[in-house]
Design a binder for this molecule. Structure first.
Ligand code: LLP
Length: 422
C-alpha cells in the first residue's frame, strides 16, 4: 500500500497535489512519500524476527532525505561504495548499522569503512579478503567480516538482476566456502562474524529464497563445527514488489519472515536484511509533462519531457511501470493506445508500448509509478539533459531534496584543455 492517490480528481502524494508541485518546480521531477517509506519499513520490520538489523540498500535510493527518513525509524544501511558510505553517514545512519557489500571494494574504501567502524564487510572473494587483511593490519585493526556465499540458486528473476548462480560474478562459490573461512580464520586483521547471501532482486517467489537460506543455514552449522564463531547471518535483499495490477503478487513480507524464522529459529544468530526495492519502489513516482502527442502511421506517441536518462529501467530491463494521468479521467472515458516515449534520441527511450490511457494532449501531466527504487539513482545526463530533481513529501509538507541542475551547471562540470583555449 502507498500514499499516492486521487484527491478531488488530482493525483496527490499524501496531502500534496502533484499538479501544484509541477507548477511550482517544473517537470520532470521525482516525488517520494515519507509515509510510504515509513509504512514499508514498518511492515518489513514487523515481518522479520525481532532485533534483526534492517540495512536499507542505499543503491535503491541514496537520496539524503530518504536515507534520513529511514535512519530515524532505526534503519541501517547496506552500501557498496565509499560514496554510499559517506551518504549513509551524512544522513545520520550510525556506523554500527552499516554493512559494506560489493565485489570491488578498493583499499581506500576499506580504510574509510574501518576508520569509522562499520558493522561488517561482506567480502565477496579471496583476493578481496587478502586486501582487507593488509589494510586492517596496516591500521592495527580487525575487520568484522562475513563471506558472501554464492549458493548457486536460480532466483527466477530477470537475467540482469540475478546474482546467486555460479555464472555470476558475485560471492564465493558454495563449494569453496569452508576453505575460504579456514583461510580467513588464520588472518590477524580479520574477525569472522558471520555468513552473507544475496541471490538477486525483484524475486517474486519464496522458493529460491528458501533454497538459498536453507543451504547457508547448513553451512553455518558446518562452519561452527569447524570451530568458527558465526553469530550473524546476512540474508541480503531481493523481495519483489508489485509493478502492475495484473501481475502475480510477490510474496507477502509476513510469509517471507515466517520462512526465515523457520529456517534460522533456534540457531542463535543475529539476522541482517538488506531490502531496497521493497521499501522504496512504491514510495516514488516520476511526474512528467506531455510535450507532444504525435499521430504516427502505425501508432500514436505520447512524447514526455522525462526520458530514459531520468528512468532507465524500461530500456534496461523491459520493466513495466504503471502510468496515470495527474488529472483523473471520468469513468468510461475512452482509452486509446499510445507508445509513451521520452525525447532522447534512442528507440529504447520508451516507457510503455501500446499502453491504454485516457486521451492525452500537449501540456497534460502524467505520473510514472513505482520508481522510488532504481529510478533517480540510475539517472544520467545523456543528451545533456540534467537529471530530474527529487522532492520528498511529508503530509502536507514538501521539500526539494535534490535540486534541478541547470544547463550551466552541467557545462561547469567540464573543462576545455589548454591547447584548445582561444
Ligand atoms: N544487497 C545486495 C548485495 C544487492 O546487490 C542488492 C541489489 C540489494 C541488497 C537490494 O536488493 P533489493 O531488495 O532492492 O531487490 N537496478 C536493478 C536492480 C539491481 C539490484 C542490485 N542489487 C533494477 O532496477 O531492477
Amino acid at each position: 500500500m502507498n500514499h499516492f492517490h486521487y484527491t478531488d480528481g488530482v493525483y496527490s502524494a499524501e496531502d500534496v497535489r502533484l499538479d501544484q508541485l509541477a507548477d511550482e518546480i517544473g517537470t520532470p521531477f521525482y516525488c517520494y512519500s515519507a509515509a510510504t517509506l515509513e509504512r514499508h519499513y514498518r511492515v518489513f520490520e514487523k515481518a522479520v524476527p525481532k532485533n534483526s538489523l534492517i540495512a536499507f540498500s542505499v543503491k535503491a535510493n541514496g537520496n539524503l532525505g530518504v536515507l534520513k527518513t529511514l535512519a530515524k525509524l532505526g534503519a541501517g544501511a547496506d552500501v557498496v561504495s565509499g560514496g554510499e558510505l559517506k551518504k549513509a553517514l551524512a544522513a545520520g545512519v550510525t556506523p554500527e548499522k552499516i554493512v559494506f557489500s560489493g565485489v570491488g571494494k578498493t583499499a581506500e574504501e576499506m580504510r574509510l569503512a574501518l576508520a569509522v567502524g562499520i558493522h561488517q564487510f561482506n567480502v565477496e572473494s579471496e583476493p578481496e579478503l587478502e586486501a582487507l587483511e593488509r589494510v586492517a593490519q596496516g591500521m592495527n585493526l580487525r575487520a568484522p567480516v562475513t563471506l558472501r556465499i554464492n549458493p548457486d540458486v536460480d532466483a527466477k528473476t530477470h537475467a540482469k538482476i540475478t546474482t546467486g548462480t555460479s555464472e555470476t560474478k558475485f560471492g564465493i562459490p558454495f563449494v569453496h566456502a569452508r576453505e575460504a573461512y579456514k583461510k580467513a580464520a588464520a588472518m590477524k586483521g580479520i574477525a569472522i562474524v558471520g555468513v552473507d547471501v544475496h541471490i538477486g532482486s525483484q524475486i517474486t517467489e519464496l522458493d529460491p529464497f528458501e533454497a538459498a537460506f536453507t543451504k547457508v543455514a547448513g553451512l553455518v552449522r558446518e562452519l561452527r563445527a569447524d570451530g568458527h564463531a558465526i553469530s550473524r547471518l546476512d540474508l541480503g535483499g531481493g523481495l519483489g514488489v508489485p509493478y502492475a495490477h495484473d501481475n502475480q503478487p510477490p510474496p507477502d513480507p509476513v510469509a517471507y519472515g515466517a520462512m526465515v524464522a523457520k529456517i534460522t529459529g533456534g540457531m542463535d544468530l543475529s539476522l541482517i536484511f538488506e531490502p531496497g526495492r521493497l521499501i522504496a519502489a512504491n514510495a516514488g513516482v516520476l511526474v512528467s509533462r506531455v510535450i507532444y502527442v504525435k499521430h504516427g502511421d502505425a501508432k500514436d506517441f505520447v512524447i514526455l519531457d522525462a526520458g530514459m536518462n531520468d528512468l532507465i529501467r524500461p530500456a534496461l530491463y523491459d520493466s513495466h511501470h504503471e502510468i496515470v494521468p495527474i488529472r483523473e479521467a471520468a469513468p468510461g472515458t475512452p482509452r486509446p493506445r499510445y507508445d509513451v516515449v521520452g525525447p532522447v534520441c534512442e528507440t529504447s527511450d520508451l516507457f510503455a508500448a501500446g499502453r491504454a490511457l485516457p486521451e492525452l494532449k500537449s501540456g497534460d501531466l502524467v505520473a510514472i509509478l513505482s520508481v522510488g527504487a532504481y529510478g533517480a539513482v540510475m539517472a544520467s545526463a545523456y543528451n545533456a539533459r540534467p537529471p530530474a530533481p527529487e522532492v520528498l513529501v511529508h503530509g502536507a509538507r514538501w521539500s526539494i531534496v535534490r535540486p534541478r541542475t541547470d544547463h550551466d551547471g552541467l557545462i561547469a562540470q567540464e573543462r576545455i584543455p589548454d591547447w584548445l583555449a582561444d
